[in-house]
Design a protein around this ligand. Structure first.
Ligand SMILES: [Zn+2]
Length: 330
């Protein structure tokens, strides 16, 4: 078959589009009409750009560097908010438009855009909207955004313990995915996030090297750590790829820490819940501080394996674990 010239052009065009690889995406957005609040969650840090525009009064929220990752949508919300539209503004930017019903308007300074974390933003609309007789200037008005910085936690020491390492690969899953690598990349991220919060972090290993179980415990004891968090990935027989999900373990004092991390993960990540359980793991029994062991999923599980192989998922998992630790101390 002979290709016509226009077929070639079409192929070239699609070929080029196909190369556009987005690192980050919009995880979800939610408009809560009772609180007059829009929540935006992305899978990596973002700094929204927000403008208020008139006729009709609408708030335009651009998320630079964020891919929508789904078809454009629009949703009608309430008698005040006519609709929220979400689309890909250009190749680098997802755009969310919140359009008020025709009868309403609002003052720009009454809109607050706050980041609770670099990837979680709230847009708070005024409780009481004005009638549309309040008219906005012709030009778009930029709304300032600000990140809410929680007070740093100081004086705490946390041991982050990525399981296995070096000659000990831990579990080996589908596609040869090795536990030691998965848990190291998560643990390094957890450490980074905790340090940003002012917590002193001791890692039992920061690279691919073997550390004995007594060596891990000794480190925690030497620093008199306030918490010990061991990160592992689970495995069952290869034939049981239907077994997936999160398990978090404690032995004695670590129950609250385990529960806080477990809940934080379930709140942020779509993963099966296999519960918080008590177990006699060496690092849990021999440490004298609250200690927990998180099994972040099954490298042998069809669902977990696919997720754990993705850097963006491991990043989310790390954020969830770190948030659970911080929550525990707060
Ligand atoms: Zn393990």
């Amino acid at each position: 078959m002979k290709f016509q010239w226009w077929v070639w052009i079409a192929l070239l065009a699609f070929g080029t589009l196909g190369e556009a690889v987005f690192a980050s995406s919009l995880e979800y957005w939610k408009f809560n009409p009772d609180l007059s609040r829009l929540e935006i969650v992305t899978d990596t840090a973002v700094r929204p750009q927000v403008q208020l525009i008139r006729n009709p009064t609408r708030l335009v929220i651009d998320l630079p560097g964020i891919d929508l990752n789904s078809p454009r949508t629009s949703k009608s919300i309430s008698s005040f908010v006519r609709e929220v539209r979400v689309g890909q503004f250009n190749r680098q930017t997802t755009r969310i438009v919140v359009e008020l019903s025709e009868e309403y308007s609002m003052r720009p300074w009454e809109v607050q855009v706050r980041g609770l974390s670099p990837n979680r933003w709230f847009v708070q609309f005024p409780k009481f909207l004005l009638t549309s007789s309040y008219s906005l200037p012709d030009d778009a008005i930029a709304i300032s955004v600000r990140e809410v910085k929680a007070a740093p936690i100081t004086g705490l020491v946390v041991v982050v313990d990525p399981g296995h390492g070096g000659r000990d690969p831990g579990a080996i899953g589908i596609g040869g995915l090795q536990e030691k690598n998965v848990v190291l990349s998560i643990a390094l991220e957890v450490a980074k996030i905790l340090e940003r919060q002012g917590i002193k972090v001791i890692m039992t290993r920061g690279g691919d090297r073997f550390v004995s179980l007594p060596g891990r415990v000794a480190l925690a004891q030497r620093y008199n750590a306030d918490a010990f968090v061991s990160i592992h990935a689970n495995a069952v027989e290869r034939s049981q790829s239907g077994v997936n999900g999160l398990e978090t373990y404690y032995y004695s004092e670590g129950y609250n820490l385990a529960r806080s991390i477990h809940r934080s993960i379930l709140n942020r990540i779509n993963i099966g819940d296999r519960g918080v359980k008590r177990a006699r793991f060496y690092v849990l029994r021999k440490t004298s501080m609250p200690a927990t062991l998180v099994e972040v999923g099954f490298v042998t599980g069809r669902i977990d394996n696919r997720n754990l192989a993705r850097a963006s998922y491991r990043q989310q998992m790390a954020e969830a674990i770190a948030a659970g630790i911080i929550q525990y101390f707060r």
